[in-house]
Write a protein that binds this ligand. Structure first.
Ligand SMILES: [Zn+2]
Length: 106
């Protein structure tokens, strides 16, 4: 249930819940308050996340490893990291984020 509320709030943050900015902010604030995630702070950092997705230095939500960090990972540690990143991506709903951006940005 919390995830569903977050997804609706996420849509509000992207402006895709309604064509009204006020309605998006009101619903997003209410939903995110219920799940204890400050809406406007999240909305601003999430906007920066989408603007810099996957960037080693500028993405606030997902910070990939640097080459030197990758170089020290071997075998099982690398496989474990790969599994957790892919699992995390699914749980974080990145596909929803990308679909939303693609829809909104053309
Ligand atoms: Zn998003």
């Amino acid at each position: 249930m919390f995830w569903a509320l977050f997804v609706l709030g996420h849509d509000c943050g992207h402006g895709s819940f309604s064509s009204s900015r006020r309605l998006n902010d009101a619903v997003g604030h209410a939903l995110h308050s219920f799940i204890l995630v400050p809406y406007h702070g999240w909305r601003l950092s999430h906007k920066k996340h989408h603007g810099n997705h996957g960037h080693v230095e500028n993405d606030e939500s997902w910070t990939p490893l640097t080459k030197s960090q990758w170089d020290v990972l071997v075998g099982v540690a690398l496989l474990e990291l790969w599994v957790w990143w892919n699992l995390g991506s699914m749980l974080a709903g990145c596909e929803v984020c990308f679909a939303t951006l693609k829809f909104r940005c053309g």
